[in-house]
Design a protein around this ligand. Sequence first.
Ligand code: CDT
Length: 344
Amino acid sequence: PRPVVVAACQLGPVHLADSRQDVLNRMCKLLDQAARENVKLAVFPELAFTTFFPRYLIEGEDLDQYFDIEDPSKGGIEQSPNIKPLFDHAYSLGIDVYVGYAERSIQEDGSHIDYNSSAYYSAHANKIVGKYRKVHLPGSVEPKTEPGAFQQLEKRYFHPGNLGFPAFRAPGLVPGAVKKSDASASPAENNGKGDPIIGMLICNDRRWAEAWRVYGLQGIEIMCCGYNTTAFQTTASGHMVDMSPDAAEDLVLLHHKLSCQGNSYMNACFSINVAKTGAEDGNPLVGGTIIVHPLGHIIKEAKTKEDELVVASIDLSDCYRLKNTVFAFEKHRRTEHYHPIVEQ
Ligand code: CDT
């Protein structure tokens, strides 16, 4: 057995007027609670530190406040004064952290490229050991023009991620693991012996089977995914689909759970799926924070739409029941028929 206690650190709404310090305090409080429950990995939502700003048209310098700067000449995102206190606190408690943030990546020529990113901070290594930039950006570049339309401007504010889907190992997350230097070992070869193999997705990515499968092929054992998902359905013009609010929210939750449960099963991994939820300045986001077992069932689910710690004690060796049978990819995949998947 390779037991580890993990937690989804669900966040309630973050309003426009909430300061970064207030949000940091809330996140550190969740980490304190996690430490009391012996948690070793804490997963926070997408764009955790601020409101979900892509719902607004924001122009010029007003946008800058939402971003954290990654400047290779000055150190990485872990040096950001807004983020460092979270990692410092996690270090003091011995807890690994996945967290989503808006990244402003400074280029050699001084220009910048913005991404919707996540980082995996390892308390054991005291550094970031995994980085991900959201690939599947929803929404539009231009604001919807019809009166009353809801905006989803991620395609305006972010570039699609350029890192692919890089699995990595979390050093020391499971005590006594045989060390492996990278995540390249096949699942059968790994068979639960090395440091845990982790993947990261961000929100809309969780709906894309291709993203999960690229990670699945790297043998991931834990998928971490934070999200901000509106609690209603919109049409192509940005208007609410004509159905009752309760029915719309149920449908959003159904699709969220189908995506997380189905893909966890088909890639034989645990997944920790974490919401920023509640109404941000009146804009409703779904909850549905869940920790999913490789066999597809939900192990633990949030009960509220507020800051809430959802804890589960998991055994990573449970992944191998499927990785070595139904989903032994090296034995059963038929790649000669898969070409259309990568054609435009
Ligand atoms: N943040 C994010 O990715 N939200 C999307 C909304 C899609 S709306 C077309 C999601 O998939 O939940």
